[in-house]
Design a protein. Structure first.
Length: 178
């Protein structure tokens, strides 16, 4: 609804709260150096995931941006390049890859884990709408506009709802406007 969409303006305050929590976040256990691929949300790019990637790097993970510019949906070639990047990171690091996706990027992470289960360590989604109907979000019109695709395809909805074979965590807030 419109009220929840307006709450999305809280992002700068949440970022400031995260900075204030840095002393506690630094107490998290260290990473083990495995690769982590981070996918941005709809209409966003790698700049929006930079704070998360820097934080994970500081813990000892080796993060990688998705490297495809702005995320305007799974247009021609997007998922194929995601697949190739997961394969490349797995080969280059000789380790399983963790996938983190924000919003629509979480759907990419889930799909890559389904396509490449032998390459993926785990999936973490942040505010990713994969359980309800896509029109239950405030972003469906923007998605259809920029991607040229419809969110009403029952086959696609069923595919999104199917859980990946890798361990998966989904983080969201009930007040997410998206």
């Amino acid at each position: 609804n419109a009220f929840l969409m307006m709450l999305e303006g809280r992002a700068p305050w949440e970022y400031a709260a995260t900075l204030a929590a840095t002393p506690w976040l630094r107490r998290l256990p260290p990473g083990d150096g495995h690769p982590v691929l981070v996918f941005p949300g709809l209409g966003a790019n790698d700049i929006t995931t930079l704070p998360l990637r820097r934080f994970l790097d500081s813990l000892g993970y080796v993060t990688h941006p998705w490297g495809q510019g702005f995320n305007f949906g799974p247009r021609h070639g997007v998922l194929e390049r995601c697949n190739a990047e997961v394969r490349n990171l797995f080969k280059r690091h000789a380790r399983h890859v963790s996938l983190i996706g924000w919003s629509l990027g979480g759907l990419y992470a889930r799909e890559m884990a389904k396509e490449l289960p032998e390459h993926v360590r785990c999936v973490i989604t942040l505010g990713t709408p994969f359980t309800g109907h896509p029109r239950a979000t405030n972003a469906w019109r923007f998605f259809e506009f920029v991607s040229g695709q419809t969110v009403s395809d029952p086959k696609l909805i069923a595919q999104w709802r199917t859980a990946p074979p890798a361990p998966t965590s989904s983080l969201f807030s009930r007040s997410d406007g998206i």
